[in-house]
Ligand binder design. Structure first.
Ligand SMILES: [Cu+2]
Length: 283
């Protein structure tokens, strides 16, 4: 949801201290979560492990808050603090130089739960939610990913493959009701993301568009059941598991056409270029 300047981002400035304590934990074989990572969002922030091991990670993301939340993993460059990153974003730069987007679970409505499999490399990460701004009220957070020498967890076999292409979605296979595993590939050539909304009765794609354009205020016209946030390295493949009740769904790429919010055209998104798709999940 990087098209909107409203955001909340968690950060700490004491990354060095943090990293050292992680290394100490590693030496003592304590407090290190391997590759299965629970992250809980609530309206006050995230609950999550401080240190995890690098490799293919299985992320279980639950939204215990009252609002929609997401969690993007942003790998910070050497010496970059969460505050540095945040300051650049606040100045209008959506992609601070040196920081690398590593995807993460996209928008999830209150009470929702999704699972994701993605590779995390060693480094310090900021956990960021680009949905509407709670910045002032939230506790800052980062997470350290430690070298492990292991591959991590093997992702499950997918039910369908979703390809994100400039500027459309292509589904290889048919999504069915119940839990579905979606393998997501970015064909590009530019970065993309996808959010899945189950439309509420009587609502249409146009209602989704209006809600997005009007700052996502008020009740959304659909339930957000998860998504895939962007990867700087578009060759990275990510797996999403979420639950589909029968109904009408919209896939949406809300990325902005230009990366700087000070530039004209920042409010034009990939969805405006046609990157959305309606789906019917049969009973
Ligand atoms: Cu896109």
């Amino acid at each position: 949801m990087r098209s909107i300047r409203n955001f909340f981002v968690f950060f700490i400035s004491g990354l060095t201290i943090f990293y050292t304590s992680c290394l100490d934990s590693q030496k003592n074989n304590q407090n290190i979560v391997d590759n299965k990572v629970h992250i809980i969002a609530n309206d006050a922030g995230y609950e999550y492990p401080d240190c995890i091991l690098a490799g293919m990670s299985h992320i279980i993301f639950e939204n215990h808050g009252s609002e929609i939340h997401e969690v993007m993993f942003v790998k910070l460059s050497e010496g970059m603090t969460g505050k540095n990153y945040l300051d650049e974003v606040a100045s209008g730069i959506s992609f601070p130089e040196g920081a690398i987007d590593y995807s993460g679970p996209g928008l999830v409505s209150s009470g929702g739960k999704v699972e994701m499999w993605l590779t995390l490399d060693p480094g310090n990460y900021l956990l960021a939610c680009w949905f509407k701004g709670h910045l002032e009220t939230l506790k800052p957070y980062t997470m350290t990913v430690l070298k492990s020498g292991k591959k991590g967890i093997t992702p499950p076999k997918e039910d369908v493959t979703l390809k994100m292409i400039d500027f459309r979605f292509e589904l290889d296979g048919i999504l069915k009701k119940g839990d579905q595993v979606i393998k997501v590939e970015t064909v590009g050539p530019t970065m993309h993301e996808v959010d899945f909304f189950r439309l509420h009765d009587g609502k249409t794609i146009e209602d989704i568009r209006q809600w997005q354009k009007q700052g996502k205020n008020g009740q959304p016209p659909g339930t957000a059941i998860g998504g895939i946030l962007d990867n700087h390295d578009i060759s990275r493949i990510v797996w999403l598991k979420t639950n589909f009740e029968p109904g009408r769904y919209v896939l949406w790429c809300g990325m902005a056409m230009v990366p700087d919010s000070n530039e004209p055209g920042f409010d034009v998104t990939h969805a405006d270029a046609g990157m959305f798709k309606e789906l019917l999940i049969q009973d």
